[in-house]
Design a binder for this molecule. Structure first.
Ligand SMILES: NC(=O)c1ccc[n+]([C@@H]2O[C@H](COP(=O)([O-])OP(=O)(O)OC[C@H]3O[C@@H](n4cnc5c(N)ncnc54)[C@H](O)[C@@H]3O)[C@@H](O)[C@H]2O)c1
Length: 252
C-alpha cells in the first residue's frame, strides 16, 4: 500500500525511537521524508537508509523551524504531513532534570517547555500556512500518557505534554474547515532511548509498566503505526482526536 506516494512528510525527532520508526513507515509507503533532529548525524543515517533528506534542527528555536519548513517544501512547494514528535524526557543523555515542580530548576522548566510544547506549537505555526495554500494537510502531535494521567516526578514534562493535547484540540477546531486535520497520540511506556536506562535498571524497570494492563512496554513501531494511520487518508474524518497508545494504561 502506498498511502503517501509523492507526499512530503516532516518528522521531528526523526533520528531515534518512534520518530525513526515513523520515518521508515512513511518512506515504505512512498513518502518523501525529511528526518529532522537535533542529532544531525543520526538524522543523516536514518535519511540515507530510507532515501529521505535530513535536516538538523533545534525545535526550541523558531528560526530553525522556519528554515525546516522552507527546506521541506523546496522543489514541490508542498508539506503534506507534519509529525511533531521531538522531545526531551527521561533519557540518561537528557539535558534537563525531570522532577517534581518543587525540585525543578527554572532552566529545566524553560528548556523542557521550549522543546516539548513550543516546538510543537511553532511547528504548527509554520506548517499550517503551507497546508492552507495547498488545500489541506495532516498534523500529528506526540504527547504522552503523562498528559492524561497523573504520573509522579516530571512536572515540567507533564505540563508541556498537557499543552500539546490542548493545542491539538484548538488547532483541530481552527483549521478543520481548511481540510487540515490535527490529531495527537499519547504513548505509554515505549522501549526507546528516552526511557531505556530506566527500563534496564532493575530498581525502576518493572515499575515502568506496572500500571499497563498488557503487562509490557510498547515498541516504537506500535506507536509509529498509529501516527502513520492518523496522518493518512484512512483517517480522513479523524480530527482533534487524542489517542492513547498505551496497552490500556490510561483506563486503569
Ligand atoms: N519513550 C516513551 O516511553 C514515551 C512515552 C510517552 C511519550 N513519549 C514521547 O514520544 C516522542 C518520541 O520519543 P522517543 O521515546 O522516541 O524518544 P527518543 O529519545 O528515542 O527520540 C527523541 C528524538 O528527539 C530528538 N530531539 C530532542 N530534542 C530535540 C530538539 N530540541 N530539537 C530536535 N530534535 C530533538 C532526539 O535527538 C531524538 O532523536 C517524544 O515526544 C516523547 O516525549 C515517549
Amino acid at each position: 500500500m502506498q498511502r503517501f506516494q509523492d507526499k512530503v512528510i516532516v518528522v521531528t525527532g526523526g533520528a531515534s525511537g518512534m520518530g525513526a520508526a515513523a520515518c521508515r513507515l512513511f518512506a515504505a509507503e512512498g513518502g518523501k521524508v525529511v528526518v529532522a533532529d537535533i542529532d544531525g548525524d543520526l538524522a543523516l543515517k536514518v535519511a540515507k537508509e530510507i532515501g529521505g533528506r535530513a535536516f538538523r534542527i533545534d525545535v526550541a528555536k523558531e528560526a530553525e523551524i522556519r528554515d525546516l519548513v522552507a527546506f521541506a517544501i523546496e522543489g514541490t512547494g508542498r508539506l503534506d504531513v507534519l509529525f511533531n514528535n521531538a522531545a526531551v524526557g527521561h533519557s540518561a543523555t537528557g539535558r534537563y532534570k525531570m522532577a517534581s515542580i518543587v525540585d525543578t530548576p527554572e532552566d529545566a522548566w524553560e528548556g523542557i517547555v521550549a522543546i516539548n510544547m513550543k516546538g510543537v506549537a511553532f511547528g504548527c505555526k509554520h506548517a499550517i500556512p503551507v497546508m492552507v495554500a495547498q488545500g489541506g494537510g495532516a498534523i500529528v502531535n506526540n504527547a504522552s500518557i503523562q498528559a492524561i494521567k497523573g504520573i509522579l516526578g516530571a512536572d515540567a514534562y507533564t505540563c508541556a505534554k498537557g499543552g500539546v493535547v490542548s493545542l491539538t484540540r484548538s488547532l483541530a477546531v481552527d483549521w478543520g474547515a481548511k481540510n487540515i486535520r490535527v490529531n495527537c497520540i499519547c504513548p505509554g511506556p515505549i522501549a526507546t532511548p528516552m526511557i531505556q536506562a530506566l527500563l534496564d535498571d532493575p530498581a525502576t524497570g518493572p515499575g515502568m509498566y506496572a500500571d499497563v494492563p498488557m503487562a509490557r512496554v510498547g515498541q516504537p513501531e506500535e506507536v509509529a503505526r498509529v501516527a502513520v494511520f492518523l496522518a493518512s487518508n484512512d483517517a480522513s474524518y479523524v480530527n482533534g482526536a487524542i489517542v492513547p497508545v498505551d496497552g490500556g494504561m490510561s483506563v486503569r
